[in-house]
Design a protein around this ligand. Structure first.
Ligand SMILES: C[S@@+](CC[C@H](N)C(=O)[O-])C[C@H]1O[C@@H](n2cnc3c(N)ncnc32)[C@H](O)[C@@H]1O
Length: 264
């Protein structure tokens, strides 16, 4: 794959701002859905009144959940202008605009001040950042001393991935540049963040693949025109989901939660 980092980021942001992803994924754009976001918040020990950054917030489902269920304020950042617009609209409609704000911006240059935040959340996105070291440094920069970062993401086993899962499409689908859990920890460590906890959620990845499969098969029967309008290539998606499911079953990819702390 010979794409530049800028091309990879733009492709990722465009894809997630488009109708095809909304059709295939529904509300939540990460394995484990809102239940895993709640788990992450508990592991971050979020408390009422705290300030949280959601890096790569997408349409903001997690930011709204954290604001309502954990009584925190959230600043969401996403590279996709369409995602930021959608997040603002949905958050306005939910009456949460004073508790969850959204900013266009790159995870590798977060447009927020130093040392003001109690927690950073980054769900199913760290794996897509071409410069993971820069993003990790940004997490550390915006956190106050003692603040925590909570990541959930695709992880790979050492053996590597089948060729077909190393394309730009697979990059956007959070697979091609996923790393072993230990490597995420090492990248965070180099940015001054100490991993304090990890958990494995491989089943959540299988469930998400099954849900995408079920959605697309249903839409193919009930609303083929919507799929066509959104530019979804049904057989290509079904081919990918079959390959991705097999790769999870064979233990080559999984999904993990990681908490790291900025030392006091
Ligand atoms: C799989 S979605 C996850 C969205 C959200 N975190 C969630 O779990 O619902 C990945 C998101 O990362 C965003 N993204 C990709 N690269 C980015 C970057 N360099 N900086 C900020 N956002 C980025 C995409 O626009 C997309 O919204």
């Amino acid at each position: 794959m010979n794409n530049t980092p800028a091309e990879i980021k733009a492709c990722c942001a465009d894809a997630y701002g488009g109708d095809a992803v909304a059709l295939l994924l529904g509300e939540s754009y990460h394995p484990g859905g809102p239940a895993l976001t709640r788990r992450l918040a508990e592991r971050l020990r979020l408390r009422s009144g705290q300030q949280v950054v959601d890096v790569a917030a997408g349409p903001g489902a997690s930011a709204r959940l954290l604001a309502t269920d954990f009584d925190v304020t959230v600043d969401g950042v996403d590279l996709g202008e369409a995602s930021v617009d959608r997040a603002r609209k949905l958050t306005d409609e939910a009456g949460l605009a004073d508790r969850a704000r959204f900013h266009p911006g790159d995870a590798e240059r977060v447009p927020l001040p130093d040392g003001e935040f109690d927690a950073v959340v980054c769900e199913c996105a760290f794996c897509t950042f071409p410069d993971k070291h820069a993003a990790a440094s940004e997490f550390a920069r915006v956190l106050r001393p003692g603040g925590r970062v909570g990541i959930t993401d695709v992880v790979v086993a050492g053996a590597g991935l089948p060729e077909e899962l190393t394309t730009l499409t697979a990059w956007v689908a959070c697979i091609a540049d996923a790393r072993p859990l230990g490597e995420y920890s090492a990248i965070l460590h180099q940015a001054g963040l100490r991993t304090v906890h990890t958990e494995q959620y491989d089943d959540a990845l299988t469930r998400m693949i099954d849900e995408i499969d079920a959605r697309i098969r249903l839409l193919r029967m009930t609303a083929p025109a919507r799929l066509a309008e959104a530019g979804v290539d049904v057989s290509a998606v079904l081919h990918y989901t079959t390959l991705a499911r097999k790769t999870v079953q064979e233990g080559q990819i999984g999904y993990a939660l990681l908490i790291a702390e900025r030392p006091r």
